[in-house]
Design a protein around this ligand. Structure first.
Ligand SMILES: [Zn+2]
Ligand SMILES: [Zn+2]
Length: 241
């Protein structure tokens, strides 16, 4: 089985200081690689490298298509605590076309916490959140069975983040596999994302896809296989796209 993914649901531009590509450069690579849709999901405050909030008020001035590839303007918001609160004002979350919610150590209040199950279950109750970002991070373990079932019931996706394979502890890679296996078992949707920080990484899903192919992951549960499928997923969760 060879999985062909046409949507990159999580990418950064140089509006986040830790990333290097302009939106135009990212979209050129997306076009060259045959992608149909890219989500621009820069960090939000208080992440130290995040753009000013005005980034999220003006991003809608970008065209709907760049280099022939559809662009969705979203954000990667920080999960702040076990109550599942995320950082960005509701008025800006409402304008974001896609919201990835991720735990980032510098922004997380309950750093000493060992089990993040309650955190993720609460994040899933947030109507603005579409995708649980890089939850395979081994520094933030959780009960995968409970969260995958809750994500399925809430109509949200758990991300399999390709960037995790190169930057996060080895145990995170094992976690990504466990998450995918559980999603397959309980019927929870996933998205596969590059989390690109440079244009050269846009559309790079190679490590995640290798794992998904090894476990014979069902394509019907990959919500970002095509632009049509991904937009349908977002619309089903109430996004006006
Ligand atoms: Zn992140
Ligand atoms: Zn990211």
């Amino acid at each position: 089985m060879s999985i062909n993914i046409k949507v990159d649901a999580h990418t950064h531009t140089n509006c986040s200081d830790h990333a290097f590509g302009t939106i135009w450069e990212n979209m050129r690579v997306a076009a060259e690689r045959g992608l149909e849709l890219v989500c621009m999901t820069n960090h939000t405050r208080p992440m130290p490298d995040s753009p000013h909030n005005w980034h999220f008020t003006t991003m809608h001035e970008l065209p709907e298509y760049i280099e022939g590839v559809r662009l969705l303007k979203g954000c990667e918001s920080n999960v702040l605590n076990k109550r599942g609160e995320i950082s960005l004002e509701p008025s800006l979350l409402e304008r974001a076309q896609v919201v990835v919610a991720s735990i980032h150590q510098p922004c997380y209040e309950d750093r000493a916490m060992i089990d993040h199950t309650e955190t993720w279950l609460n994040v899933l109750k947030n109507p603005y959140v579409d995708i649980l970002g890089h939850s395979g991070d081994s520094r933030c373990p959780y009960d995968i069975d409970k969260v995958a079932r809750a994500a399925r019931d809430a109509g949200k996706c758990i991300e399999i983040n390709n960037h995790t394979y190169s930057v996060r502890p080895q145990k995170s890679i094992e976690n990504c596999r466990k998450i995918a296996e559980k999603c397959k078992e309980v019927g929870c949707g996933i998205v596969v994302s590059s989390d690109a920080h440079t244009p050269w990484d846009v559309g790079n899903f190679s490590s995640a896809l290798k794992m998904l192919e090894e476990i014979d992951f069902p394509e019907e549960l990959i919500m970002n296989l095509s632009a049509e499928k991904f937009i349908g997923f977002l619309r089903a969760s109430g996004k006006n796209i």
